[in-house]
Design a protein around this ligand. Sequence first.
Ligand SMILES: [Zn+2]
Length: 279
Amino acid sequence: MPAPITNALTIDVEDYFQVSALAPHFPRTQWDTVPCRVEANVERILELLERHDTRATFFTLGWIAERYPQLVRRIAVGGHEIASHGYGHERASAQKPDTFLADIRLAKAVLEDITGQDVAGYRAPSFSIGRDNLWAHDCIAEAGYRYSSSVYPVQHDHYGMPDAPRFPWRLDNGLVEIPVTTNRWLGRNWPAGGGGYFRLLPYAVSRWQIARVNREDGRPAIFYFHPWEVDPEQPRVTEASARTRFRHYLNLQHTEARLQRLLSDFRWGRADAVFRDAA
Ligand SMILES: [Zn+2]
């Protein structure tokens, strides 16, 4: 029997009002007036990881890091990887190259200032790198990041690049892109890396998908979730569309228990360690 594969566990550190689908209801100018829930939620996640003796990668928003520097330090002290989710959570696809570059440079500087450690990884908000804005990968390399995890090789109304490689690849500029995990089945790619699908479908589906990638592709998976997904008490945005509310609020009360099973059923580590030799 080969040793079990270690998969990469990643958390996108942002608050519920910064999620792209809810963004129209919370203009950036109002962010400072909304009570933040992210700190308490990240604390719960840190305790959960501690109980399972697991390290993970936290793609942290610069805006959050500036307001909660102690939280960022606590994550780093726990042995987890601090990576960048940009500063203001604007989709890469909605920005021009110069504003995008300024945003990801600022986030890197803020995070490195707090931890005193090099920040190697970056994830675009809402996996917003696709066919139409591949220039973003050059900005990420230019800002000094060494890897990106910003492409989801699936078909989705808000993101996705279904014909992108399913496993890490190195670009000409030296950057490594680590796409979120998909499962190849019935001639198409199925999302297998977390997010809404993890809450929408029974847990057994996620377990089957990750096990299949480990077993049949012989590759580690990279899985993601958000602090607000372990927070069933968060305020409800009633003005959002029925579709957005369904996606955002479904099964929040079950996420933490499902994460516990996920942590028990597989081996997990930081993205920078799991993919050290990738591509
Ligand atoms: Zn995000």
